[in-house]
Design a protein around this ligand. Structure first.
Ligand code: ATP
Length: 461
C-alpha cells in the first residue's frame, strides 16, 4: 500500500490529463514547442525536471536490459538510414493509416479510431453545429517524414526520418552476431528518437510527432519463439509494477488476428488506464523471421545464424517496444495525488524514488541564519556528488516542501536550530510525511540505503 500518515485526507482519483499538463507546465517539466511562435501541435520541449525524469526512465530500462541480464547488448543506430531499408521493412508500402476527412467540419480522423458514422466528438454531427458529418472514403496516408540527403532535391536523394528504431537493429544483426560474439537467444536494445507524421496526434505526450523509443529485438531459435514471447510479456509487465505503476491500472491485451501486423504471429499490448481510457503503453510482438528475411532479400547479405554444428537458421524476433513519452505520462498520472494535510492542501507526485528527477532537497529552516545556511550548503555539496539534489532557501518552509512534493522529491532534509547544537537534521519522507532525526554525517548513507530499499514491494491502490 502507499504509505499514508495520520491526519492526511486523501482525495481519490483526482487526476485528469489537464491537471497533469498544468503541473508539467507550472513546474517546468514540459513546454509546448516553439511556444513564442504559437506552438507547433503535438511537439513538446522538456525542461530540467522533464529531462531528469526521462533520463531516469531510459537508464532504468537500459539497466533492466543490459545490466541485469547478460544476453542483451546495446546499439545506437542512425536516424536516417539507407532508403532501401524502409522498402525492405515494408514501411514505404504499408506504414500507413487510413485517413478520413469530414468535408463539413474539416476534421481529420483515423478510420480505425472512428466508430461507424461518428465524426469525432458527436455522433454523426459536426461538433457545435446541427449539420450532418460528410465523411470521405478512407485514403492511405504514409506516416513517414520524408527528407532529402545532399543538395540536389531529386528522387535519388529521398530519405526518411526513421519511424521506429527496430530497423537500425536488424541491419546491424550481422555486426553484433560477429563482433559481440553472440548466439541466439540474444537481444539488441536501443533507445532513440523516432518520427511519425501522425494523423490525429494529441492527448499531450501520448501521441506526438517525435518521440524516444526504447526497443529491444530478441533473436531466438524459431521453436522457442512462443515461449520467449510469453516471457517478454511477463518481464515487461513486471517492470512497470517494480517502478510503481498500480496493477489495477495495467492490463495485457492480446491482439486479434485482424489487428496484428502482417508479419506478426502474436502481439500483445500492455495497456495503461490513462485519463483518456485504456490505451497502449507498450507493444510486445513476435515478428517471426520477417525482418531478417526481407533485409537478406533486399541487401543480398545473409542474415542468419550458423550454429557450431553447421546448422543454419534465420532467428525469430521477439520485440518489446515502448516510448519514453507514454511511460512519462503513465508515471505522472499514476503518481499524481492531491490531499489535505492538517488544514492545507498539497499536490504530490508519488514517483518511484529511483525515477524521481530530484532525490533530495536540502533546506535551511531560516534562510537568514548563517550557521544553518553554511551547514545546509555543506550537506548539499556532499549529497550532490551522490545524485540529483537541490538546495532551496526561498520562502516559508511549508512552501518549499510543497514545491518539492509537486516535483516528486522523495526526501527533504531540513537544517534547524537543533542542528547547530547536536549536528542532527530532519529527514522528511514525501509520502508518509514522517520526519526522522538523523546525524548529519550519516545522511548520505541513510539516503543511499533508503533509495536502494525503495518500494521493493509494489505499491497497491
Ligand atoms: P498506436 O496504435 O497507439 O499508434 P502503434 O501500435 O503504432 O501505436 P508501435 O508501432 O507498436 O505503436 O510503436 C511501439 C511503441 O511506440 C508504442 O507502444 C508506443 O509506446 C510508442 N509510440 C508509437 N507511436 C507513438 C507516438 N506517436 N507518440 C508517442 N509514442 C508512440
Amino acid at each position: 500500500m502507499r504509505p499514508v500518515s495520520e491526519g492526511v485526507e486523501q482525495t481519490k482519483d483526482v487526476v485528469t490529463m489537464d491537471k497533469v499538463v498544468s503541473l508539467c507546465r507550472r513546474r517546468g517539466f514540459v513546454f509546448p514547442s516553439s511556444e513564442i511562435y504559437g506552438g507547433l501541435g503535438s511537439t513538446y520541449d522538456y525542461g530540467h525536471y522533464g529531462v531528469l525524469l526521462k533520463n531516469n526512465i531510459k537508464a532504468r530500462w537500459m539497466e533492466a536490459m543490459t545490466q541485469e541480464r547478460d544476453d542483451i547488448v546495446a546499439l545506437d543506430s542512425a536516424v536516417i538510414l539507407h532508403p532501401r531499408v524502409w522498402e525492405a521493412s515494408g514501411h514505404v508500402d504499408v506504414f500507413a493509416d487510413p485517413l478520413i476527412d469530414c468535408r463539413a467540419c474539416k476534421h481529420r480522423f483515423r478510420a480505425d479510431h472512428l466508430a461507424a458514422s461518428q465524426c469525432g466528438r458527436q455522433p454523426s454531427k459536426v461538433p457545435g453545429e446541427g449539420r450532418e458529418c460528410d465523411l470521405t472514403e478512407p485514403r492511405q496516408f504514409n506516416l513517414m517524414f520524408e527528407t532529402t540527403v545532399g543538395p540536389v532535391q531529386d528522387s535519388a536523394a529521398k530519405a526518411y526520418l526513421r519511424p521506429e528504431t527496430a530497423q537500425g537493429i536488424f541491419v546491424n544483426f550481422k555486426n553484433v552476431l560477429q563482433l559481440a560474439r553472440r548466439r541466439p537467444p540474444f537481444g539488441i536494445a536501443q533507445v532513440g528518437r523516432s518520427f511519425r507524421n501522425e494523423i490525429t496526434p494529441g492527448n499531450f505526450l501520448f501521441r506526438v510527432l517525435e518521440f524516444e523509443q526504447m526497443e529491444m529485438e530478441f533473436f531466438v531459435p524459431p521453436d522457442d519463439a512462443d515461449r520467449w514471447y510469453r516471457t517478454w510479456v511477463d518481464e515487461r509487465f513486471a517492470w512497470y509494477l517494480r517502478y510503481g505503476l498500480r496493477e489495477s491500472r495495467l492490463r495485457v491485451r492480446p491482439h486479434g488476428p485482424e489487428e496484428r501486423s502482417h508479419y506478426s504471429s502474436a502481439t500483445s499490448d500492455i495497456e495503461y488506464l490513462y485519463p483518456i481510457g485504456w490505451a497502449e503503453l507498450e507493444g510486445i510482438a513476435n515478428r517471426g523471421d520477417y525482418d531478417l528475411r526481407r533485409h537478406t532479400e533486399f541487401s543480398g547479405t545473409k542474415l542468419e545464424y550458423v550454429d557450431p554444428g553447421g546448422e543454419r537458421y534465420v532467428p525469430y524476433v521477439i520485440e518489446p517496444a515502448v516510448s519514453v513519452e507514454r511511460i512519462f505520462v503513465a508515471l505522472l498520472v499514476d503518481g499524481y495525488d492531491e490531499e489535505v494535510v492538517g488544514e492545507r492542501g498539497r499536490t504530490v507526485l508519488r514517483l518511484h524514488p529511483q525515477l524521481a528527477p530530484v532525490k533530495v532537497a536540502v533546506l535551511p529552516l531560516i534562510a537568514k541564519d548563517e550557521g544553518m545556511v553554511e551547514h545546509a550548503r555543506r550537506l548539499y555539496e556532499e549529497l550532490r556528488r551522490e545524485g540529483s539534489a537541490e538546495y532551496d532557501d526561498g520562502g516559508a518552509i511549508g512552501r518549499r516542501y510543497r514545491r518539492q512534493d509537486e516535483i516528486g522529491t522523495p526526501f527533504a532534509v531540513t537544517v534547524d536550530e537543533q542542528t547547530l547544537e547536536d549536528s542532527t537534521v530532519t529527514v522528511r519522507d514525501r509520502d508518509s510525511l514522517a520526519q526522522e532525526r538523523v546525524e548529519s554525517g550519516q545522511v548520505t548513507r541513510y539516503l543511499r540505503d533508503a533509495l536502494a530499499r525503495a518500494w521493493r514491494t509494489p505499491k497497491g491502490d
